[in-house]
Each structure stands twice: as structure tokens, then as C-alpha cells.
Write a protein that binds this ligand. Sequence first.
Ligand SMILES: Cc1cc2nc3c(=O)[nH]c(=O)nc-3n(C[C@H](O)[C@H](O)[C@H](O)COP(=O)(O)O)c2cc1C
Ligand SMILES: Nc1ncnc2c1ncn2[C@@H]1O[C@H](COP(=O)(O)OP(=O)(O)OP(=O)(O)O)[C@@H](O)[C@H]1O
Length: 313
Amino acid sequence: MNTYLLKHNEKLLLKGKYVIGIGFFDGLHLGHQALVKETVKISKETNLIPAIMTFDHYPLSVIKGVSETYLLSKKERNFLLEKMGIETIFEIEFTEVVSRLNPEDFIREYIIANQIKHVVAGYDFHFGYKNSGDIDTLKNDMFSLSIIAPVLYNQHQKISSTLIRNLLKNGKIEEASCLLGRPYSIRGKVIHGKHRGTVLGFPTANINIDKYLIPQRGVYGVVLEMDHKAYYGMANIGVNPTFNDLLSDSLEVYIFDFDKNIYNKTVKVNFLFFTRPEITFKSLDDLIKKMHQDKEEISGKLKNSLTNTYKLL
Ligand SMILES: Cc1cc2nc3c(=O)[nH]c(=O)nc-3n(C[C@H](O)[C@H](O)[C@H](O)COP(=O)(O)O)c2cc1C
Ligand SMILES: Nc1ncnc2c1ncn2[C@@H]1O[C@H](COP(=O)(O)OP(=O)(O)OP(=O)(O)O)[C@@H](O)[C@H]1O
């Protein structure tokens, strides 16, 4: 996979001719997947190189200072895009100056100048200064255009990254995963926590959340992937209010029937279902008792559910 960073006013010398799918693609949800499939299909019909044009940062984080959290890391997004047949990523360096480009200049600088002969965009794609460009503005004699019809959820709501973020923030993990076409997951390094898990009888792997969107605080049934193997477990996301000493949210997983040291390993936590919110317990004994109940409930649910036939992605 080739990745090109497109810097404002800097020209690349490209040999090939491209068909691009355009947008931000956070999460690579079912709507995005429809667009990517169409891009790959067109590349086969036209002999153009299948590519994605996106931005290096979430545009709203540059325009409005919205904090940058993502449903998928760039690395994982590109891995999934490659599996779907995408060969090149054009990443526009998104700055204040770029955010003020009018749609015509955006088309000239990023599409026409880069040998793009076909553009695939969603029906509601907007671009350029104050989102003033749309599908009509995108029509141009220098390239052809395909428009993707809305991919809907429950037959009326457009699937979008924003909708999935809201579902996750409200603990609707199964619905979010359904719209993503795979379980919501966080990939990160196992880091040191407060080292009290062992004392509680439940040693946990604390995972670096980095820039991932944090789902609702609470307890989840999960599958943890490590070294191409899948392990079942229970995760807690939150600030461990019983102890009142964490400054930010932590993600920790108690892996069932497991006792190895995995510090510094990179793991992927797939969230399968939400069971309860975090509780401030009056005593350690109450917390431990609840964690035993969690274990029984979650391992039972994992055993009985179809998700037990979990396949590694
Ligand atoms: C399944 C599970 C449920 C948990 N529930 C709570 C909870 O409701 N309230 C709370 O304060 N901490 C909860 N914890 C967090 C424990 O307090 C935490 O595992 C412990 O503080 C160990 O932290 P450490 O990994 O930093 O050593 C939970 C942890 C797990 C794995
Ligand atoms: N449900 C959908 N149906 C069809 N096309 C879509 C759908 N969702 C996104 N697209 C298209 O996919 C491309 C990438 O989408 P983009 O990530 O920019 O928006 P989004 O998923 O709607 O997220 P956001 O909630 O941040 O607006 C765009 O061209 C967009 O129009």
C-alpha cells in the first residue's frame, strides 16, 4: 500500500491514474464499506488504481478544536482498506489554510493535479470552505463521478461515524458493532496500572487507550486478541471510583483462565456486550464480591452466545 501526504502547494510527481473514494472514513462503517467496494469495482472496470483520499486529522478538530478521538487507528483503517483492495492512500495535510480553500481550488489542487480520473463520493459529501462544496460542485469535465446512495440503519437513519460514536457513548455496543460490520475494538499496548488487581484476586491487563473513542464507562464482555489467539474476558472502562485516584479513564481486562505476564504486548480488545455501569463500592469486599458475580455472568453469556464462535479478523 502506498501512502502519499498531500501538502498544500506542493506537487507530487505521480505516474499512475487513479479512482478515489473520498471522505474521512473514521470507523470504516457499512456506509464507508459500500463506497470502498464501489471504488474497487470501478478500478477493475477502468484499470485505474483504487485509492482513498482522506485527511491526516479529523477536519473538525482543526476547524472547531473538537478533541481528536477515533473509532479506528489509522494503521488499522489502512489495513482494512488494503484487505478490501485499496492500493493507495492520499492523505491531505489538513490545516487552517486548507480548511479555507474554496471547493474549486480544492478540486484543482487535490483531484485534478493528482491524476484522478474518477471520484466516488457519498450522496451527502461536503468539502471546501464552510462545507460549501457538495456533489453538484464536484462535477467536473476532468474526471467522472459516482455517487453512493445512503446506507441506512433501521431503514431511516443514515449510518455515520457520529451515530456510531453516540451509540458507544451510551453503552449500545452491539448496535454500534452492527453498523461497523465488526465488533468495536481498541488496540493498544499493555501498560502498568496501580498494581492492586492481584490483591483483589483479579489481575488485569491495563491497555493504553491513546486516541480511541472511549465507550460508556462500565463492565463489558470482551474477546482479547494477542499473538493471533483469542481470549475471553471481562473489561472495565472508567476511573475505578471505589479508589478515587485515577485522573483519566482506564481500560483493563481480566482474561479468564490466564496467568501470564503480558506487559508491553500489543493487544486488541473487542467489545461484545455491556453488562453494568461502574459502581462506587463501600468496601473492597463488596467490589470483590461483585467481580465474582461479573465473572459468572459474563463467562456464562460468552459461552452461551453465538459470539463464542468468534473469528479473528
Ligand atoms: C470486570 C471488572 C469490573 C470492575 N468494576 C468496578 C467497579 O464497579 N467499581 C470500581 O471502582 N472499580 C471496578 N473495577 C476496577 C477495579 O477497581 C480494578 O480492577 C482495580 O482497581 C485494579 O486496578 P489496577 O489494574 O490499576 O491494578 C472493575 C474491574 C473489572 C475487571
Ligand atoms: N451511510 C452512508 N451511505 C452512503 N455514503 C456514506 C455513508 N456514510 C458516509 N458516506 C460517504 O462516505 C464518505 C466518507 O464519509 P465521512 O467519513 O466523511 O462521513 P460520515 O461517515 O457520514 O461521518 P460523520 O458522522 O463524521 O459525518 C463520504 O463520501 C460520505 O458521503
